[in-house]
Design a protein around this ligand. Sequence first.
Ligand code: ZN
Length: 307
Amino acid sequence: MRDTTFLTRTTADGTEIRMPVATISGTRPGPRITVFGGQHGTEYAGIEAAMRLYRELDAGVLCGTVVVVPVTNEHSFVNWIQFAPTLPELQDMMREAAEGSDFIINCHGGEFSEGMHPYVICRFISDPEADRLARRMATAFGVGIVSLSRYRGEPPPDPSGARPAWWLWPKKGLCNELGIPEITPEVGEEVDRSDEIMFGGIMNVLRELKLLDEEPDPVPEPIVIGERWWLTADQDGVWFPDCAVGDDVVKGQRLGIVRDYFGDTLQVVEAPDDARVMNLNVGMPARKSGFLVWIGQLDGSWPEETA
Ligand SMILES: [Zn+2]
């Protein structure tokens, strides 16, 4: 059975917002999974893959239920706003879409102004069974690089008001609220409208979780990110990167320069250590504290209890 609907909410300023939700109920019983695309509405691979999932997935081969939210943040999507905030009302609709699910895939990526090395964020919630399943999902997604994330409460207050690095102090997510495994693939980059990697990854997770009655495709044992650096601009300016996604850079190597409008150097951004360039802002504007580039070392390991 196939069904589409819109969830709706009214925001604090009186704006009506809505969220498209499509559900495919398989003819055989099985688990339930919710797949979100477009929480950041300029990250197209997840939107395309989610739409394709609903078009192509045949209820006759599905064991369980797949809930697809192709465009999670419509305001961000239609207005081309890359990092539009997830309003509380939007968060509430996401919770409604995912409620009753056993798993979540929340597709993100880098289109528009970023280069992105495909990787997948594996979210742990300190529940041994859920964390083992999240590891299996992240591995089955198949892109070969995993970044681990664990919510551990709210960070100590920072006098500047800034929130510390997202991987050290991740925000509470739906996985924490609903107590279920969640992965966040980061796939798709500027000038790339292909959904092949994202779609293929989602399908393999469905096989791994037995929503599809097929053996999962073999995947490489993923590399886990160890130490990482999320490098930001000291002040507003114009960003000129000197590296590309996928580059293995060495300590001290210049990754880019922030200049003022007259070309004078405001900031030279150097690699704090040897690492891989994972994600790069290729847009020109640099905002104070705004993202420029992140690099990670490919030498991390899974927590033992997730084996
Ligand atoms: Zn995103």
